[in-house]
Design a protein around this ligand. Structure first.
Ligand SMILES: [Zn+2]
Length: 343
């Protein structure tokens, strides 16, 4: 009975989502495809995955390479070959941050922690931690980001409030990161298929996409620090479009603005005033649009626009008209690089 329901739900999702759309849907947006840039730069892995290296450390965000097809959604397993090919070994990574626990953000994380980022501490929700323990040994350090999360006093605002000690500092002091209470856009079916949380460590990774439960969705502020601990860049990262003011950056008390906003495109149209409200509140020098491409296919060389997504160019226009004139917008190809704005 349960299986029949899931198959029905899956069919509904596929029918609603339709087929992947070719790049002409992007209208005049020119995808960026930079390589071999000097640091500091972001390296984009596709979906919401990034690597950021700075001084002698690195932060990895939401690494996801497996891109299972729709037919594999009831029997998900990390695609080790794709992870090996896509994820560079990064022993200098000391932080691996994740925004929420859906499979397109978390499926590959245990493998990445065990094989590609041996020195990284995992930072995420309790649910994400409970899922990953199925594959990551108890000795490996996890940080419960919900403990330090900047919190919303009420559903309609004002903005999230930073805790007194809301920052996680990286081991060598090149980064600090602050989790922020955020929310998740409804998916294409308008049914909350993948909500919920776990309270105990799992024994095996979930197989069905539905059991990659969302948990607490988080946004992140990430500071790049100089040798004296002073902030050189401030990045706002989120991996799901969120309802205002969820995920909005709190004031950490230093009066410093945001340099870069990493903004997911997926489900943008389902959320009122997204991303306009967030761009108004942050006014960054650079917006990096991610989670814009179809992730149900294994071939990053045959790029398609996310199925079910409506008019990504409309989102681009909203960002453009809300941003200061001098600010830049980049929509990167997976496995390309993005320069941080000049200081
Ligand atoms: Zn999600």
């Amino acid at each position: 009975m349960r299986w029949m329901l899931m198959v029905l739900v899956l069919m509904l999702m596929l029918m609603t989502a339709g087929c992947a759309q070719d790049l002409s849907q992007l209208g005049p947006i020119k995808l960026s495809d930079e390589h071999k840039l000097t640091q500091p730069k972001l390296e984009y892995f596709g979906v919401a995955g990034f690597r950021l290296r700075w001084r002698d450390e690195a932060v990895v965000f939401d690494p996801f390479f497996s891109r299972p097809s729709p037919l594999q959604l009831l029997w998900l397993t990390p695609d080790v070959k794709r992870i090996k090919d896509g994820m560079p070994r990064t022993p200098e990574a000391t932080m691996l941050l994740v925004g929420h626990a859906h499979y397109d953000h978390l499926l590959d994380v245990a493998w990445v922690l065990n094989h590609k980022t041996p020195n990284a501490t995992f930072y995420g929700s309790r649910t994400a931690g409970h899922i990953l323990r199925a594959e990551v040994s108890a000795e490996r350090e996890f940080e419960d980001a919900e403990q330090k999360m900047a919190w919303l006093p009420g559903p309609n605002g004002p903005r999230p409030i930073a805790r007194e000690d809301g920052w996680f500092k990286s081991k060598k002091g090149a980064f600090r990161a602050m989790p922020i209470q955020s929310s998740h856009a409804p998916n294409v079916t308008q049914i909350d298929l993948m909500g919920g949380s776990y309270q105990q460590d799992l024994k095996t990774l979930p197989k069905s996409f539905r059991n990659w439960k969302e948990g607490q969705t988080l946004a992140w502020l990430v500071d790049l620090l100089d040798e004296n601990g002073k902030t050189v860049y401030r990045i706002h990262f989120q991996d799901s479009s969120s309802e205002e003011p969820y995920g909005f950056p709190p004031d950490p008390g230093d009066n410093r603005g945001i340099d870069v906003v990493i903004l997911p495109v997926a489900s943008w149209i389902q959320v009122k005033r997204y991303p306009q409200a967030l761009i108004e509140a942050t006014q960054p020098k650079l917006v990096v649009l991610c989670h814009w491409e179809d992730f149900f296919s294994g071939d990053p060389d045959d790029l398609k626009v996310l199925r079910g997504e409506k008019d990504e160019y409309a989102l681009y226009r909203i960002v453009r008209t809300t941003l200061p004139q001098a600010s830049q917008i980049v929509m990167p190809k997976p496995f390309s690089e993005i320069a941080l704005p000049p200081l």
